[in-house]
Design a protein around this ligand. Structure first.
Ligand SMILES: Cc1ncc(COP(=O)(O)O)c(C=O)c1O
Length: 496
């Protein structure tokens, strides 16, 4: 058992042995295995958490130059996930995205970027100075959930420009997965590496009925959040390389040593190691059971007010769309033109103790994971309860919209005028949003969640975006990049 544990969970098991013997710490951290930790936290967390909050003491290895437990754990992770190399990340998928941009694209070089990307990609463009060419998103779910890209457009842009890297998001927040195999083929024909932001698809490797993982489909690099769909602590993630270009892997090493903390807590690193081992051990069985249960349950979850989007019927097969993550449950408003789902989400939390992933303009999104397979009968009953609860809340009028407006989202995108980096360094000042049409934005405006950009710094603001911000603000969405003062919404624009 002991040997198997060391083989399966190399880093976490080594630290367990280390921490079991009590020690005298004449080194950091200041709380010294919890002795000096705040009493309040000890009461609510217990002492144990602090004894594992160590870094770079003799057994904990060094993340930037791993030689022992962390090296073995990362090698094991790469085998499980089908990579040539895997790096453990302690600042989420975000830092993996930044490292890839820094390692593969020099300032001034071009990168093809899925415009429906997470803001981490755009921040990475500011850091790296890469010049983006945006790939317009193609709608795959009726209303509001954009996902894929046209493969023909990827081919066309790669033929026209000297592009150093293609970056796409797959799956997106709603589980829409791209045809990575076809995209990789196009990229490799042009000798351009393909990076997939697979932050939401870490579980794909663990069951054949889930979409293929990006690496399995032929991507060169991918990043996956361990905290989003597997059992890692928040902040944990994996960066993978298929090893096609060993020199680039060395630059990734360097980038990560610049971008990550030199004091990563063993809590994060142990959680990556142990969560991967558990998914490997239990994933096939548990995901299989959960997927089977959901197949029967989905039709029962429809109600007079919501339909559950059924893959593939509820999804538009447009662009490079390939598959859909069946562990995303999307309840789409069936009848109403306008509905306040933000209010419904709040009531679910306040009155029913239910937290959901996202409320959109027409959708409520639930994400399921291995945790929901532990007690399938309970999961089934709770989902039925959920479906009935949201139906009743809407029937009772809680989803009613006070003031309907005439907004129609035509998704006309703002036009690219300058790179996010140039916009970041340009002089700027705030203007009233309704007067900002035609100005160049210095703000990145995202509706949160999912956090995809409505306006990217360096884009010329258009009427469609302004209208959507007012509309979504009126519905109570969180909008970042917009400030409200003097009773008006403001946006930062480039001076002159
Ligand atoms: C598509 C996508 N990519 C990247 C990220 C950033 O991941 P992390 O929070 O692990 O840094 C997110 C976070 O929500 C995301 O949705």
């Amino acid at each position: 058992m002991q040997n198997k544990e060391i083989k399966d969970i190399p880093f976490a098991s080594e630290l367990r042995t280390y921490v079991q013997d009590s020690k005298t710490f004449y080194c950091m951290p200041g709380h010294k295995q919890g002795k000096g930790a705040p009493e309040f936290l000890k009461q609510i967390w217990g002492d144990k958490v602090f004894s594992y909050d160590i870094t770079e003491v003799s057994k904990s290895d060094v993340l930037a130059f791993p030689k022992k437990g962390l090296k073995f754990a990362q090698e094991r992770a790469s085998k499980i996930m089908g990579a040539q190399r895997t790096w453990f990340l302690v600042n989420g998928s975000s830092v993996g995205i930044h490292a890839i941009l820094g390692a593969l694209v020099k300032p001034g070089e071009k990168v093809l970027v899925h415009r429906e990307c997470h803001k981490a990609v755009l921040m990475g463009l500011v850091f790296s100075g890469a010049v983006p060419i945006y790939l317009e998103p193609v709608p795959n779910l009726p209303e509001y959930a954009y996902g894929s890209v046209y493969l023909g457009k990827v081919e066309e842009l790669l033929s026209q420009h000297d592009i150093k890297l293609v970056m796409v998001t797959s799956p997106n927040y709603f589980g829409i997965s791209l045809d990575i195999a076809a995209m990789a083929e196009i990229c490799h024909k042009h000798e351009t590496p393909l990076f997939v932001d697979e932050a939401h698809g870490t579980h794909f490797a663990f069951h054949p009925d889930l979409p293929s993982s990006a690496l399995e489909a032929g991507a060169d690099y991918s990043v996956q959040s361990m905290h989003k769909t597997l059992g890692g602590l928040y902040q944990t993630a994996l960066l993978h390389s298929s090893g096609r270009e060993p020199e680039a892997d060395e630059r990734i090493d360097l980038m990560l040593s610049m971008l990550q903390s030199t004091s990563p807590s063993a809590l994060f690193l142990m959680s990556i190691d142990a969560a991967l081992a558990e998914a490997e051990k239990l994933g096939k069985q548990r995901y299989g059971d959960l997927l089977e249960m959901l197949t029967y349950l989905r039709p029962e979850l429809h109600s007079s007010e919501f339909i559950v989007v059924e893959p593939p019927d509820g999804v538009l097969f447009a662009g490079g769309f390939n598959n859909f993550d069946p562990l995303k449950l999307i309840f789409r408003s069936a009848e109403r033109e306008e509905i306040n789902l933000i209010r419904i989400k709040e009531l679910l939390s306040e009155k029913h103790g239910i937290e959901i992933e996202l409320a959109g303009e027409k959708h409520l999104l639930l994400t399921l994971s291995l945790a929901d397979a532990v007690d399938l009968e309970q999961t089934r009953e709770k989902l039925i309860y959920f479906s009935k609860t949201i139906e009743q809340l809407v029937i009772d009028g809680y989803g009613d919209v006070e003031e309907e407006d005439d907004f129609v989202d035509n998704r006309e995108l703002p036009i690219f005028e300058m790179t996010p980096r140039d916009a970041y360094y340009a002089p700027k000042n705030p203007v009233i949003l309704s007067e900002a049409e035609h100005a160049i934005s210095a703000s990145m405006v995202c509706i949160y969640p999912p956090g995809f950009p409505l306006i990217i710094p360096g884009e010329r603001i258009n009427d469609a975006a302004i209208h959507k911000i007012y509309h979504d603000h009126g519905l109570g969405f969180t909008i970042i990049g917009i400030e409200e003062f003097d009773g008006e919404l403001h946006i930062d624009v480039i001076d002159g």
